[in-house]
Design a protein around this ligand. Structure first.
Ligand code: RP5
Length: 165
């Protein structure tokens, strides 16, 4: 889905992050939230990253979901250049399985926060749901959708059956 006025921005340091970040996008899509998706690299395209972060607020972006792997400085650097809330998703890295990404994102020094999520698919999906929850505060339609989503999850657990022992 591509719309003119996105409320949520999903950014990632490389197209290799898409395997994980697609789960955030899937949630935004399911809830019908207007979003945009792009690749912005903190170390390879720093000027574009600054421009993106500096203009996010005036473009009406309510929150930014930023995924990165390795020395995952993208969420923190974006947060340094905007007051729009940044939700950081640690992407599984090639050698340290995303532990490096997690620590890079979660260990922001005091003063410039980044909300940190779990490594990989769960983190990306939950970042999407967190964005939904933020927007639900001021939109009854979204809030009702979120309540329904939680209800369906609860029903799926209630319907779970275990093998006979
Ligand atoms: C980071 O480096 C990206 O977020 C990605 O997770 C990682 C590897 O990037 P590629 O070498 O796959 O482009 O900037």
């Amino acid at each position: 889905m591509k719309v003119k006025e996105p409320l949520v921005s999903v950014v990632m340091g490389s197209n290799s992050d898409w395997n994980v970040m697609q789960y955030a996008v899937a949630i935004l899509k399911d809830f019908g939230l207007p979003y945009e998706v792009r690749v912005v690299s903190a170390h390879r395209t720093p000027d574009e990253m600054f421009e993106f972060a500096e203009t996010a607020s005036q473009r009406g972006i309510h929150c930014i979901i930023a995924g990165a792997g390795g020395a995952a400085h993208l969420p923190g650097m974006i947060a340094a250049k905007t007051t729009v809330p940044v939700l950081g998703v640690p992407v599984n890295s090639r050698y340290l399985n995303g532990l490096d990404s997690l620590l890079s994102i979660v260990q922001m020094p005091k003063g410039v926060p980044v909300a940190s999520f779990a490594i990989g698919e769960a983190g990306a999906s939950n970042a999407g749901l967190f964005a939904v929850a933020m927007l639900a505060n001021s939109d009854d339609r979204i809030r009702n959708q979120l309540v329904e989503f939680r209800k369906k999850q609860a029903e799926s657990v209630a319907a779970m059956r275990l093998p006979e022992v």
